[in-house]
Design a protein around this ligand. Sequence first.
Ligand SMILES: Cc1cc2nc3c(=O)[nH]c(=O)nc-3n(C[C@H](O)[C@H](O)[C@H](O)COP(=O)(O)O)c2cc1C
Length: 164
Amino acid sequence: MTQPQSDSRALRNALGRFATGIAIVTAIDPDGHPIGLTVNSFSAVSLDPALVLWCLDNNSHNLEAFRRASHHAINILADNQQDLSNRFATWPADRFAGLPWHAGIGGAPVFPGCCATFEVANETQHAGGDHIIFVGRVERFGERVDLAPLLFHAGQYRTLADKD
Ligand SMILES: Cc1cc2nc3c(=O)[nH]c(=O)nc-3n(C[C@H](O)[C@H](O)[C@H](O)COP(=O)(O)O)c2cc1C
């Protein structure tokens, strides 16, 4: 049951037992192009002030662009948006091609059909090992109570059995 801490595959598997939602975090790069990636490291931090966090791999192609962006948007995916999750986790180039979106605060792309969206000011960044922790202040948010979330557990997409 217990594993040595250095066994990273085992650690990844154990961490994967924590069920999460899935979000696409977006922003506008310094050239005005939309950027974004799929994450499950999103978490609420504080209600007053309204703060949320997510973690970005130090090897991300868009590390500098996210660091410099004034704002980003956190799009919480619905259970019919698995294709969007795969696209923003794997496509090497123009992930936004052919997709509907509108510019939120600071230009950060907001997608239609998500369970919730948080438009946040890029407030602080913290070193977190092989990731950077972005803490954002929520400036605008919305939710769709009629939509069920896309979930991630043990390396697989899941949906809620109980949708009430
Ligand atoms: C379910 C899921 C959750 C993920 N969570 C994160 C995350 O929290 N942080 C991260 O940096 N990458 C995460 N990734 C991986 C990125 O989406 C993927 O590496 C992406 O290609 C990074 O794009 P970029 O290099 O253009 O930033 C996740 C992928 C999946 C499928």
